[in-house]
Design a protein around this ligand. Sequence first.
Ligand SMILES: Cc1cc2nc3c(=O)[nH]c(=O)nc-3n(C[C@H](O)[C@H](O)[C@H](O)COP(=O)(O)O)c2cc1C
Length: 367
Amino acid sequence: MATLFDPVHIGDLALPNRVIMAPLTRMRSKQPGNVPTELMAKYYAQRASAGLIISEATQISQQGQGYPGTPGIHSSEQVEGWRLVTNAVHNAGGRIFLQLWHVGRISHRSHQPNGQLPVAPSAIKPAGGTYSADWKQVAFETPRALETHEIPAIVADYARGAQNAKDAGFDGVEVHGANGYLLDQFLQDGANQRTDHYGGSRENRARLLLEVVDAAIAIWGAGRVGVRLSPYGTFNDMKDSDPVSLFTYVLGQLNARGIAYAHIIEPRSSAAGAQDGNIAGAPEAAKLFRQAFSGSLISAGGYDREDALKVVADGYADAVAFGRLFISNPDLPERLKAGAGLNEYNRATFYGGADKGYTDYPVMGQS
Ligand SMILES: Cc1cc2nc3c(=O)[nH]c(=O)nc-3n(C[C@H](O)[C@H](O)[C@H](O)COP(=O)(O)O)c2cc1C
């Protein structure tokens, strides 16, 4: 029976363990230009004992940015910055994928080229708000619906991001299809009311995600492309009238492409960004969608040690991604293996700032 601490092959990669570092936005890139820094390289290298690190969500274009300080992968300066990160992680013995991101309607004019409105599948305003380029809380506005003829350029932006990630020395890419950002907005009918061939049926709503995945595969090969999905996720005002049918179809399509892994977020963790502690409840999504996908499955969302051991032992997931616990425990795999105590995370330092709450969490024996 597999345990969390056994090696595993995921796509083309041989991972030494199944404790994955979840993608975590930390908003500490260098300004102007959203460029990764030496401090970011240090933070990721500290966490290199993860079976696999998935980078923080990284915008593929200026239009794809929705928060201040998030790094990009569309300029040569950003590629150079990311090379600091990949070199540091590899020198520390780790592996790292880049998460490709376009936020769609989860943005604000201050992040957009020429102060334009954010774009989305349909002109539907999400509830809530974000931070402007100068870190002020701002409400979302009604986005502009993308014209059909604009969509190929967005796929091309993803392809450029995937190629830039390769040039920057990553081991692969994860397509961010979760948490209410652009690709998820296209997937779910609560945000997609289009009448062209990117809206309507589940096949049409999945088209953009699959075009992006195919573009990434053309650059990387299927064995180095993962996809993150959040069926039932309500974060960023998401909903769908029939998530089982939609995500069963999407996973079937991903299966046929032989991608490295599907990364599924449990709905119980929708509020993980705003809530502390383990979130009780069975791993419904991993259990439900395991049948739909025969490749490697990474499960995320509200896991503690016990639940993670169990989901792997039960065969519902091949590996488990940890978010908040990896923020405060750089040596999380070693701590989990030893059954050691864990550092508590400080929510106040999740987003923005410098080394405090970022690179200063102690490893075992130091605390
Ligand atoms: C500070 C913070 C930043 C996050 N940033 C991202 C992100 O960039 N991309 C993403 O897919 N999920 C992101 N998430 C969601 C996490 O990857 C993860 O799914 C969530 O925290 C639940 O896992 P946990 O209970 O282990 O923390 C973020 C969560 C937190 C708390």
